[in-house]
Design a protein around this ligand. Structure first.
Ligand code: SLL
Length: 161
């Protein structure tokens, strides 16, 4: 196939995590180790949950090595976010590898997301800005995927998908 010259296609997406301490309203799942303090999830999804599986095929999340099966491959399901749910006690860097659809001819790309369980910031205001009404600590980052001179077949998919 040929590449579409002098053309760049951008697609927004969100990579992030949410964490919630265990409490009466967020009980520990059965079998959770005693030292775990939070439930959390890490995700890759479209803006306002729009579908991104027409360009993103699967996502590999590499969690902390202390976690059973710490390498998690999540296959895309149309209209659904790529998500891993876990429990734990500590914060760490998650390696997030994006695999594009086969027609794209694009190599996988690696990103990093720092899992936050506790609000952080220089000021109380900055900390509070990370906490949602339900007490969830949110670390979300708005990203833009750039496809530079995509192959013609992929260009068609991106612009009609
Ligand atoms: C820290 N450098 O010391 C970090 C490591 C690792 C956290 C944090 C899960 C463990 C499990 C877990 O929370 N690991 O599933 O048993 O803060």
């Amino acid at each position: 196939g040929k590449r579409v010259k002098l053309t760049q296609i951008r697609r927004p997406f969100v990579i992030g995590s949410t964490a919630l301490p265990f409490s009466d309203s967020n009980p520990r799942p059965p079998g959770t180790p005693d030292n775990h303090t939070h439930s959390w999830q890490v995700f890759v999804r479209g803006m306002e949950d729009t579908d991104i599986t027409y360009w993103l095929r699967r996502v590999q999340f590499k969690l902390h090595e202390s976690i059973p099966n710490y390498v998690r491959m999540v296959e895309g399901e149309p209209g659904k976010p790529f998500v891993v749910n876990e429990t734990g006690w500590g914060e760490f860097d998650i390696t997030v590898k994006l695999y594009y659809i086969n027609d794209s001819g694009e190599k996988p790309q690696t990103l990093y997301h720092y899992l936050r369980l506790h609000p952080y910031g220089r000021t109380e205001e900055e900390k509070q800005a990370m906490v949602a009404a339900n007490g969830e600590v949110r670390a979300w980052s708005y990203e833009e995927q750039l496809f530079n001179e995509p192959y013609e077949a992929f260009y068609q998919i991106l612009t009609t998908g």
